[in-house]
Design a protein around this ligand. Structure first.
Ligand SMILES: [Zn+2]
Ligand SMILES: [Zn+2]
Length: 345
């Protein structure tokens, strides 16, 4: 990716390799409505400040510039290309409307459903195959199946192509469907059911259908209690008030992030830092304003200190990284952690 980067300090020195992750993409029209200016800057500042303590630390400091979180999920190809292969722990933050070491995030599948039928005069519909019916019936089937899904499944959809005139049986029709669930296994099962519906409907109306992933799958975030504990201690040392992981686990946060995919390959943390009141919502002009406000700048300084101090814990106390790794591997093997993922209602 031309706008990704990797910067290292003390490259190859014995000890853990700690990676700070920088995001920096903005949103169309409203600018930094997701506060990625704070994510990128805190990652770079944490690494630079930690580099000043280099003599007291072991290991390597890395900054990975991971753009396009808002688009295709830029961390996913970076994970797949193996850039986390030599990383022992990852740290990034996200500005939010509360502060907590744990920001639950859920999996998301983004599907494009395309029906191809046969056009006909609308007075003789039986001579055609109505692609729009395929889309409408698939979405209706999905709504009908709703009570068969676990109650953490949420979705939204649009019909992007639905014909050109009511007088013509549409030959082509398409919809986009975004589905969220707290874990990838359940998400995959739901996606399979949607595919089965679309295929069954296509067969019954004499059309063809393709169901493609528009973006790669965003995985849910895996918590790491060891690193969250270190960060919590640092929040306390710095006098930064924060919600416990238990509290944010029970909150109604239903976000998705490509950091989730990183958390499946290395132990990591992605704490939330408050830049405004609890009613502040990301992806709004108000959030963009908060991200460059005095409070936003103060939050940037606070979280940078906490991230740098936690980095120092990782690079100066071998037991931290050992425990973080053990917990990560246990979680991967058993799906177990003391902190549940986002709530299942
Ligand atoms: Zn965002
Ligand atoms: Zn964001």
């Amino acid at each position: 990716m031309p706008t990704a980067f990797k910067a290292t300090f003390s490259e190859g020195r014995a000890g853990p390799n700690l990676a700070y992750l920088a995001e920096y993409d903005a949103l169309p029209e409203i600018g930094h409505g997701c506060g990625h200016n704070i994510i990128g800057t805190s990652a770079v500042f944490s690494a630079i400040s930690l580099s000043k303590l280099s003599e007291k630390l072991s290991g390597q400091i890395t900054v990975l510039g991971t753009p396009d979180e808002e688009g295709t999920g830029g961390k996913i190809p970076i994970v797949k290309a193996g850039y986390f292969g030599d990383v022992d722990a990852a740290i990034m933050t996200h500005p939010w409307n509360f502060t907590s070491p744990w920001m639950p995030s859920v999996g998301i599948a983004s599907l494009t459903i395309k029906f191809a039928g046969k056009s006909a005069h609308y007075s003789t519909p039986h001579r055609g195959a109505n692609a729009l019916d395929g889309v409408v019936l698939t979405l209706s089937a999905l709504n009908g199946l709703r009570h068969n899904f676990r109650n953490d499944v949420v979705y939204g959809y649009t019909i992007d192509q639905g014909g050109v005139s009511p007088s013509i049986i549409p030959e082509k029709a398409s919809a986009r469907l975004w589905i969220k669930s707290t874990d990838l296994q359940n998400l995959t099962e739901v996606v399979d059911r949607v595919k089965a519906c679309a295929e069954g409907i296509a067969k019954s109306i004499g059309a063809r259908v393709t169901v493609e992933h528009h973006y790669p799958l965003f995985e849910e975030s895996i918590p790491n209690m060891t690193l969250m504990h270190e960060l919590s201690m640092n929040f306390t040392r710095l006098g930064i008030p924060f919600k416990s992981p238990e509290e944010t686990s029970r909150s109604l946060v239903y976000v998705s992030t490509d950091y989730g995919n990183v958390s499946h390959v290395v132990p990591g943390i992605s704490p939330a830092i408050s830049i405004g009141s609890e009613s502040l919502s990301a992806h709004t002009p108000e959030f963009a304003q908060a991200a460059i406000s005095k409070r936003g700048t103060d939050a940037l300084v606070e979280i940078t200190k906490a991230m740098a101090m936690t980095g120092a814990d990782v690079l100066s106390r071998p037991e931290v990284v050992e425990l973080a790794k053990r917990e990560f591997l246990e979680y991967k093997a058993n799906g177990f952690s003391n902190v549940p993922l986002a709530p299942i209602y």
